[in-house]
Design a protein around this ligand. Sequence first.
Ligand SMILES: Nc1ncnc2c1ncn2[C@@H]1O[C@H](COP(=O)(O)OP(=O)(O)OP(=O)(O)O)[C@@H](O)[C@H]1O
Length: 188
Amino acid sequence: MQTAAKIFVISGPSGSGKSTLLKRLFSEYPSTFGFSISHTTRKPRPGEVDGKDYHFVEKEDMIKEVEQGKFIESATFSGNMYGTSIKAVEDVVADGKVCMLDIDMQGVQSVKKTALNPKYIFVQPPSIEILEERLRGRGTEKEEAVLARLAASKKELEYGAIPGSYDSIIINDDLENAYNALKKAIFV
Ligand SMILES: Nc1ncnc2c1ncn2[C@@H]1O[C@H](COP(=O)(O)OP(=O)(O)OP(=O)(O)O)[C@@H](O)[C@H]1O
């Protein structure tokens, strides 16, 4: 099946349903799509393979490459750096797959400065109240983290509402409808 682009950026507030939708897409089309492999400065855990689970790199090398503008996004969690390089996205395409990039609003703005030329998809919750319900229902975050995510989601929603920020907006109310809308945005 033909897709509208080789790279899709999927963004939206935490809890809006990006992972749920992508999981479905990957299971319906197991050989069409791929995720880029992230870099990290943390040490591999037993069984983790360099270049498969992560690109395991030294901190000074990663800092240098981030400074050189080779990364779309990078962040530090508990002392370890993580990030997505532009090349990691290009590698997915070189491997014959359509790259799905699940990133936040800052990542979106950063991709816009590259030559990757993806289609941008925004996954929008039906309302803030429902977003809050789903975030709590997921049960993966402590109260503090839920509140931080909700605060960040307001900015994500504002950015999503600016005309031209995204090529498609998927309102994730009924999952079935949202999934069909996602497929419409992806396949031509
Ligand atoms: N259409 C829907 N109707 C009801 N519940 C949904 C729907 N879509 C997703 N959910 C539920 O909402 C919660 C958040 O979804 P999900 O984890 O996919 O969000 P996300 O955007 O990937 O979040 P994050 O950015 O934090 O990874 C999950 O518990 C999921 O099962």
